[in-house]
Ligand binder design. Structure first.
Ligand code: COA
Length: 321
């Protein structure tokens, strides 16, 4: 038995912020941001619009694409780093919105890798027969933990949501997932505030993202390269077997480096970083839904998903659509 993706959906908040808008409030330029990251614009949640608000829209679209009703969902695994509250968990809050109460609903927190982690957890429930219609979400309001006085990170992060629905299938499906973490790198990319630890001095009692960009970049390229090779080796597949690479959308240069390792032309990479920025847990399901809805990713295609984030955490998933 396998778990198969039977529907995808995504949602971006209405407000679009261009590089030129950021250049008005900090010492940066459209040229620098495009050259170093590939980002041209991104979406920001409205005041009061929360991660679960974004997730609900994406979830309803994924459920509709699967030909189901919200009441059919019997498991929710919600990947996020920016939940609405400490508790109830974002999955439980989403479950109430969708009106599919009763089954398990929980969140998985692994920074930008949260969706890959959530997918890996949910597919095991489905494969083992413990869930029949699982909703897997990646959603963030990263602008709530963005330090707009720090140009090295403020230009990168944004808001959005993506979701998929999984169902049991005798054919693959999610072929394999490969999760990793190395907590000894936590000082290179982290958030300065938390409930138990409190706030870092000098942050004005705000929880904000801190990142050593250059160091993070190097580790990301190495680990993502290893992770996609691991997925192929585990399944004895040649690089050429993969139809689409759906990468975490942090930086176009990281994506190009991983594509090169796979001998994959950029025409077979789903790229949304230019329009979405880095939406953390939402970036992979947003890119997947983009590729599915514009008709590039078709049923039967072999798709390789990968992500890297704070922790460090990283992973990949090989999926037959
Ligand atoms: N606008 C203009 N200049 C900027 C800038 C900005 N927004 N941010 C940094 N700079 C400057 C720096 O101050 C530095 O100036 P200096 O040479 O005078 O010191 C110069 O640009 C180069 O900075 P550097 O940090 O070396 O740039 P980079 O090429 O490494 O690009 C990142 C920076 C953040 C885009 C890149 O390191 C990156 O993408 N890192 C990984 C990000 C990532 O994947 N994170 C999340 C994982 S989920």
């Amino acid at each position: 038995m396998y778990a198969r993706i039977i529907g995808t959906g995504s949602y971006l908040p209405e407000r679009v912020v261009h590089n030129a808008d950021l250049a008005k409030i900090m010492d940066t330029s459209d040229e620098w941001i495009r050259e170093r990251t590939g980002i041209e614009r991104r979406h920001y949640a409205a005041e009061g619009q929360t991660t679960v608000d974004l997730a609900e829209q994406a979830a309803r679209r994924a459920i509709a694409a699967a030909g189901l009703n919200p009441g059919d969902i019997d498991l929710i695994v919600f990947g996020t780093t920016t939940p609405d509250l400490v508790f109830p968990n974002a999955g439980a809050m989403l479950q109430a919105r969708l009106g599919c109460t009763g089954g398990p609903a929980f969140s998985v927190e692994a920074a930008c890798s949260s969706f890959i982690y959530a997918l890996s957890v949910a597919e095991k429930f489905v494969r083992l027969g413990e869930a029949k219609r699982a909703l897997v979400v990646g959603a963030e309001t990263l602008t709530r933990i963005t330090d707009f006085t720090d140009r090295t990170t403020a230009v990168l992060f944004a808001d959005g949501a993506g979701a998929v629905v999984l169902a049991p299938s005798e054919e693959p499906g999610i072929i394999s997932t490969h999760l990793h973490a190395d907590g000894s790198y936590q000082h290179l990319l982290y958030c300065t505030g938390g409930i138990s630890k409190g706030y870092e001095p000098g942050t004005g009692n705000r929880a904000v993202i801190r990142m050593a960009g250059r160091e993070t970049f190097k580790v990301a390229v190495t680990m993502l390269g290893n992770s996609v090779e691991e997925a192929l080796a585990k399944n004895k597949l040649a690089k050429s077997a993969v139809n689409w690479l759906v990468p975490h959308q942090a930086n176009i240069r990281i994506i190009q480096a991983v594509a090169k390792k796979l001998d994959m032309p950029m025409e077979r990479v789903i790229l949304t970083v230019q329009e979405h920025g880095n939406t953390s847990a939402a970036s992979v399901p947003l890119a997947l839904d983009t590729g599915v809805r514009d008709g590039r990713i078709k049923q039967g295609d072999l798709v390789l998903l990968e992500a890297f984030g704070g922790g460090f955490t990283w992973g990949s998933a090989l999926v037959r659509m």
